[in-house]
Unconditional design. Sequence first.
Lengths: 271, 414
Amino acid sequence: MRLFKKSAPEANRLEATIGSGDSGQALEAKSLSIFYGEFEAVKRLSIGFERKKVTALIGPSGCGKSTALRAFNRMNELIRGVRTEGEVSFRGVNVYDPDVDAVQVRRWIGMVFQKPNPFSKSIYENIAWGARINGYQGGFDELVENSLKQVALWDEVKDKLKESAYALSGGQQQRLCIARAVALKPEILLMDEPTSALDPISTAKIESLLDDLKKRYTIIIVTHNMQQAGRVSDKTGFMLLGELVEYSDTKELFFNPKDPRTENYISGRFG
Amino acid sequence: MSGREDFAVNLASRHARGDRWRLMFMLSTLLAIVFLGALILTIVDDAFGYVVMVDEVDQRSLVPDDERLESLDAEALRAVIDERLSPRRYRAIERERPFDERTAADLYDIVLYEIVKPRVAETYTLFESLFARRSIVEETTLAHPDGELVFRSWVNMRFLSTSQTARPLTTGVLTAVKGSILTISITILFSFPVGIAAAIWLEEYAGDNRLNRFIQVNIYNLAGVPSIIYGMLGLAIFVRGLERFTSGSAFGASTSGEVANGRTILSAGLTLAILILPVIIINAQEAIRAIPGSLRQSSLAVGATKWQTIWHQVLPASFDRILTGAVLAVSRAIGETAPLVVVGASTFLTQDPTGVFSKFTTLPIQIYQWTSRPQAEFRHISAAAIVVLLALMLSLNAFAIFTRNRLRRQKRFG
């Protein structure tokens, strides 16, 4: 149990390597397998994600892409009966090592969910809270403004920062959730089908944001919308039945797929 | 491509069935309201009504011809007391508080209840008083020619503000009200924190293993255990086992002179707390469970620890429901009688409780005791006490609803 086992210096092993450890890739999974009970949802996935690029994971429903994504910042642990094997290497540290604190992992690897899920607090607090509990020492007004500007929401909400986040539209809420994640200045942003609950206009806004955001963050996005993957990503991985079938530059994967299964999927023959 | 003939034409009968159910639901609600109304009517019926008062000593014999007892000043009242009060009662009352220090109203009370000694010869219910007034008047002028027919509210300021006495006209509920409030405060202070904490443990921390499932099942079972059994538990643990603490002797409270060996307000409050603990736990668990997982996920995803997630997100979002459940449980506890009888409530107590180590009686106990008295007046007095109990309960609920609404508003905009 973490309560008793974590000793301070070891728990900060991840902290110590942040900023210095410069491995080639922002995040790397090494033969990562994830089980729901007996069912193997992700089968020995090995994949590396390049720094400051947008990488898309596509595939039909149930292919394990969301499960894999949630494994990258140990969100899977919240689901009962999930077992993870293999390694997820971040800054040279396996985030599944017993002396690594999941809280620390999630703090550096942010996440945006399928449905907008702001806190039931004010817009301002939605952004400031995460930074505050993580001991942010700078000015909060500045942080809030900065984060909202990064998601192009500042002009829309600057006069109602004290109002409830629920007063915003679905698309605005989702951008607020992205702002909430970037307020922690994370290394990596995981996005789990971030636009699937939104209308086309809100979707377009978020897609255009990704181009700006990738200047600062490494982005991994899971989507079942192939066109979206084609529009926003630099690299794309295609998953099927828990396996990574093909992984290459997005253009390459869409126009010149090596694997017949990839070709079948992107040409719309199944999925 | 018409598939019409494959489907029976039954829309009308489907609607009709729905309407029948709707009627059933409405009638059930109506029935509940009728019962509730009947309950309130019976109580109100007994709490107000005509009474025939007969004075043992004629008031007119005490005062000069052209005056009335009510309009006498302190000096004149003092004269009446000096002249008519028996020396024994005189000394007793003087010991309580010297006559010279008493106000005119005080002296009037003494003259009235110690010398005039009015007595209730006949009582009527509210409905009799309203609808059969004429026959009441006829009847009473015949039976009690020197009596006085007055409309009496058995719930009155005197009743609310005096301690218990043996006589129906002078008795009051203050002792029981104080006892109830003190007892329920102990109950709240103990059961809320413990119950909510246990619910948090069970929902957020406890794993899904055999031991925890066993605990969970037993909490559900405990919620159904008859309350008198909790009384036995309270007697064994608090009154006997922890007597040193519940009697206050461990804290040096024995000097107050009214120590009740473990049968104190503290024991009663703790017993009631244990009684409602399972209900509070179950309600709080359900409130916490109703918080969607997405809230916890979004909190953890910004690097919050489990405790920060619970404290800053889960509890604020569920607190209004936790409070509602807990207050309902407390409403039950206020009305509990059986366990307190076992724990050792005093049935006749003329001294108000001064603290948690005092002997106690509570409103339900007091009502129980009054209803078992043979005199007709006590039926009306217990009705009045029931009105007080209901008022106490409703004000607690109103306070809870008010707090909950405030919390909800904060939740929306906080």
